[in-house]
Design a protein around this ligand. Structure first.
Ligand SMILES: C[S@@+](CC[C@H](N)C(=O)[O-])C[C@H]1O[C@@H](n2cnc3c(N)ncnc32)[C@H](O)[C@@H]1O
Length: 258
């Protein structure tokens, strides 16, 4: 269904079917990949919902990918499974069809997150793994001083963790995901110790919340961060982060078993 539109913006990652935005800034980070693989355990058949271009899909699993955006499906590498055009809220699979399932950086875009997670639980025998941002932690990041509207948009979009755990049912563990200093995946907090990189519009374009502010606000951000870096104000307040090997921000991994 090439006319459907999901979400409203980019994530470099654009969700609308006509998007041609680059996904180059979204490179799976091997340390985060390791946490996801451990959470999936010894599963063979794995469902990936909101699969996008296939970040974090690994050859050890037989992957079934679900992705409603034609633009994203079209950008999946040929070596990966062809994604099925469907939505989390209405998965076209029988009960208990998969050993495990995962959804990564996606639940904040679903029209009905509770229905989508209940569907994942229904079609999965073992763990359901969700990588998401905890909205309660989003404003703790230094970026809030320079681009509050961007992070306010993130807080509005990301469902509270209690909503996710309630919809998943069963037993759910919530694990903070340490973000490495040289994180290769291009979400905002990946730049916690490398603020200069967020001056690159292409880096910002890879994080969908930036599309919720206008050109003027983006320019204001650029001016104020450049000034703070040039004057030393950023380093006086946050310079310790330049050497911190990992950052516990808002990124969390949920693992739910029946
Ligand atoms: C930020 S991208 C993440 C893609 C991929 N999981 C990754 O980590 O790179 C979010 C994805 O969720 C998809 N999506 C949006 N609404 C959805 C829904 N209701 N059901 C399933 N996927 C959805 C979007 O099309 C998009 O590809």
């Amino acid at each position: 269904m090439s006319t459907r539109t999901y979400g409203s913006s980019a994530d470099g990652i654009g969700y609308d079917t006509s998007s041609t935005r680059p996904v180059a800034r979204r490179r799976p980070d091997p340390r985060i990949a390791g946490l996801i693989a451990r959470a999936l355990g010894d599963a063979r058949s794995v469902l990936n919902v909101g699969a996008g271009t296939g970040s974090y899909e690994i050859a050890a699993h037989t992957i079934t990918a679900v992705e409603p955006s034609l633009a994203m499906r079209a950008q999946r590498p040929a070596a990966l499974a062809t994604a099925i055009d469907a939505v989390a809220e209405d998965l076209p699979f029988a009960d208990g069809r998969f050993d495990a399932s995962m959804t990564l950086f996606s639940v904040h875009q679903w029209s009905d997150v509770e229905a989508g997670l209940r569907e994942m639980r229904r079609v999965t025998r073992g763990p359901v793994v969700v990588l998401a941002h905890d909205p309660a932690r989003v404003r703790d990041f230094w970026l809030y001083e320079y681009a509050p509207d961007v992070l306010d948009a993130e807080v509005r979009r990301h469902p509270p963790l209690r909503t996710l755990t309630a919809a998943l049912g069963g037993t759910t563990t919530v694990q903070p995901v340490p973000i490495p200093l040289d994180c290769t995946d291009g979400f905002n907090e990946a730049y916690y110790g490398r603020p200069e990189l967020l001056l690159d519009p292409a880096a910002r374009q890879a994080c969908s919340a930036w599309s919720f502010i206008d050109d003027r606000a983006r320019q204001d951000f650029d001016t104020s961060l450049r000034h703070a870096l040039g004057s030393g104000a950023w380093d006086a307040a946050f310079g310790h982060l330049r050497n911190r090997p990992a950052y516990d921000g808002s990124l969390v991994l949920l693992r739910s078993t029946p």
